[in-house]
Ligand binder design. Structure first.
Ligand code: ATP
Length: 322
């Protein structure tokens, strides 16, 4: 059994995701309930290096449960990946008598946490990334909110596409993962979805759109940014199809906004598990949702495999568009 945890640090790292604030609130309030002290580091690992932190109280996290972004701010720190950066972080954590860290972010942030564990600083990770690409959890915080933002935007695009009998190519986030693209396509009734995990054949897709069933007023093509550029897809379709083709790149609007109920509830569940795990002597693992149960997954396991897309959902999108 590891040493007793009395004081913890919490930080948000990597890309922001809705639900990070709700998670910080839950971490702070549940930790205080369990008689722990909590400090929050600003701007992720950068805050550890600069020793830039604030003492968190129950009151200090009031009124943030429904706010997007992260009030502790987030950053990507190249310095933290260096030996010197890591040593500076360790020195400051020792100075502040931090027994363990709660790292809210994606798998890159957990790799950083793992590096710290080699210097004796222990952590628990909470997956928060709109890409939902972290192995070991069915859901990452921010994914459900982003999905809801995207489907409400696609709904608006469908109105105009249908009115004018147009083809729309809609680019959504997902550099390495088709999760957002697949599920937003299925949920919004899109006709085609292009994802990084499956090779894109633009000629085939253009031909398919050309031969699409008669009487169709709109065609919606959803492209994950890592699969192709929406403008290239549109240009390829234009070569073969007479209808007007328009492009809509949804961009950063997908990240922001108030977290969904799913993300707020998940934030509370993940936070409770993370704190209980640290108190019980657990170290260097991520909390995750597996088959509707909150579990802990060792960092090594998280890094050891790539999360697979649900191929059935991908196929179903196309079947239902016939
Ligand atoms: P997201 O994918 O949502 O952006 P993430 O946590 O994966 O989230 P990254 O930018 O990959 O985001 O990582 C955040 C920070 O974690 C980096 O800026 C860096 O400080 C640290 N980090 C990332 N990868 C590593 C690594 N391999 N080793 C050590 N530290 C890392």
């Amino acid at each position: 059994m590891s040493e007793q945890v009395k004081k913890i640090g919490v930080l948000t790292s990597g890309g922001d995701a809705s639900g990070m604030n709700a998670t910080i609130r839950s971490i702070v309030r549940y930790a205080i309930y369990k008689k722990l002290e909590v400090i929050g580091y600003y701007e992720g690992f950068k805050g550890l290096i600069l020793n830039n932190y604030t003492v968190l109280t129950g009151n200090s996290v009031g009124g943030i449960i429904d706010r997007g972004g992260t009030f502790l701010y987030t950053a990507r720190s190249e310095e933290f990946k260096t030996k010197e950066g890591l040593a500076a972080a360790k020195k400051n954590l020792d100075l502040n008598k931090i027994d363990a860290l709660v790292i809210i972010g994606g798998d890159g942030s957990f790799r950083g946490a793992s590096d710290l564990s080699c210097l004796g600083i222990n952590s628990v990770g909470i997956p928060a990334t709109i890409d939902n690409d972290v192995y070991g959890t069915d859901l990452s915080l921010g994914f459900d909110t982003a999905l809801n933002v995207i489907i409400s935007l696609i709904s608006k695009i469908r109105d105009t596409a249908s009115s004018h009998e147009r083809i729309f190519v809609i680019e959504v986030m997902g550099r390495n993962s088709g999760e957002l693209a697949i599920r937003s396509s299925l949920a919004s009734g899109a006709d085609y979805v292009l994802i990084p995990e499956i090779k894109v054949d633009l000629v085939k897709i253009s031909n398919a759109i050309k031969n699409h069933r008669e009487g169709k007023r709109h065609t919606l093509v959803v492209v994950a940014e890592g699969a192709a550029k929406a403008t290239d897809v549109a240009a390829s379709i234009k070569l073969l199809v007479e209808h007007e083709v328009r492009v809509s790149v949804l961009g950063h609007i997908q990240r922001g906004g108030s977290p969904s109920a799913v993300d707020r509830i998940l934030a509370a569940q993940f936070a409770q598990k993370a704190i209980d795990f640290l108190i019980s002597g657990g170290r260097n693992a991520m909390v995750g949702l597996q088959n509707n149960k909150v579990k802990t997954v060792p960092f090594e396991e998280v890094f050891g495999a790539k999360k697979q897309i649900d191929r059935n959902l991908y196929d179903l999108t196309h079947i239902l568009a016939l």
